[in-house]
Ligand binder design. Structure first.
Ligand code: CP
Ligand code: NVA
Length: 333
């Protein structure tokens, strides 16, 4: 299929607009079905894609790489220590160099301004693979996953995010749901609410889309009748490790437990998480949290993470199909 509105760069969650976002989901669903059926057509043969990461990644990097390979493109990975970007060479100069060699650039990093500057100077499409502020490719996978579990209109989908309401993922969920006309609730302690200006942006989007937007510290109100419950790590990449001391007491009432899942009052509520998750003590971070705070898991308990309601690995797989859609829409032929 072809997109009615050619969408090339993807820097923030509103770049596609409602119609473009839904068309991207449709393209991703087609690409997923094609791959499953073994009938994928390679539309990126001869394309070269740069993957620039200032922060680490498992899903986003792998999704870009496998999507590119499936479609016949080549990738070059520049990791946190693998290039001159931002140290010996400016973002603008790097953008000009990469733009002359590659057909598109993925960037994951700290400042949103970096990905925007890359885009201004590269002359080729630039895709935001996560910044401190936004995680737009994650939103495509998340809404595709929700749509796979709830057929019908996207506007009928309700979801509740519990946790750090200022994280890139929470901010992105707030604005994406508002743009798409969904029922979006963010439950967080007041200290961790999204900035007021962002909530105002969401409310403005909602006036146009008909979305219902709730930002609250009342978990019961936020969870009531939610079809999806979503959480994210309590301290994001790039934040000080000392933040755990402050966040654990603040966020423990907002962790996703079996009781929180039951509080939706719906037997069919699903659990979502962008991953990686702190849900047990098998990781160094999980053990540190256990030893320091006596918690097994942090933002989600292991029983919820491993439950039949948890669709986190389907959501992770959908990173591949949605990122492939972004690449094909921008560079496919
Ligand atoms: N969800 C997500 O972006 O995962 P990675 O950090 O592994 O890319
Ligand atoms: N908020 C998290 C998301 C990871 C995919 C972080 O930025 O670390």
């Amino acid at each position: 299929m072809t997109l009615a509105r050619p969408s090339r760069s993807l820097l923030t969650v509103t770049d596609l607009g409602r119609a473009g976002f839904v068309e991207m989901l449709d393209l991703a669903a087609d690409l997923k079905a094609d791959k499953r059926a073994g009938r994928e057509r390679r539309s990126l043969v001869g394309r070269n894609i740069a993957l620039v990461f200032e922060k680490d990644s498992t899903r986003t990097r792998c999704a870009f790489e496998v999507a590119a390979y499936d479609q016949g493109a080549h990738v070059t990975y520049l990791g946190p220590a693998g290039s001159h970007l931002g140290r010996e060479e400016s973002v603008a100069d790097t953008a000009r160099v990469l733009g002359a060699m590659f057909d598109g650039i993925e960037f994951r990093g700290f400042a949103q301004s970096t990905v925007e500057e890359l885009s201004r100077h590269a002359g080729v499409p630039v895709w935001n693979g996560l910044t401190d502020e936004w995680h737009p490719t994650q939103m495509l996978a998340d809404v595709l996953t929700m749509r796979e579990h709830q057929s019908g209109e996207i506007e009928a989908i309700s979801y509740c995010f519990l946790g750090d309401g200022r994280s890139n993922v929470a901010r992105s969920l707030l604005i994406t749901g508002a743009m798409l006309g969904m029922d979006v609730r963010i439950a967080a302690p007041r200290e961790l609410w999204p900035p007021e200006s962002l909530v105002a942006d969401a409310q403005r989007e909602a006036l146009v889309s008909g979305a219902r937007v709730m930002v609250t510290d009342d978990t019961a109100a936020a969870l009531e009748s939610a079809a999806f419950v979503y959480t994210d790590v309590w301290v994001s990449m790039g934040e000080a490790d000392a933040e755990w001391e402050r966040r654990v007491p603040l966020l423990t009432p907002y962790r996703v437990t079996a009781q929180a899942m039951a509080a939706t009052g719906r037997p069919d509520t699903r659990f979502l998480h962008c991953l990686p998750a702190v849900h047990d003590t098998t990781t160094a971070l999980g053990r540190r949290i256990h030893d320091r705070f006596g918690l097994v898991g942090a933002e989600v308990t292991d029983d919820v993470f491993g439950s039949a309601a948890s669709v986190v690995f389907q959501q992770a797989e959908n990173r591949l199909h949605t990122i492939k859609a972004v690449l094909v829409a921008a560079l496919g032929r």
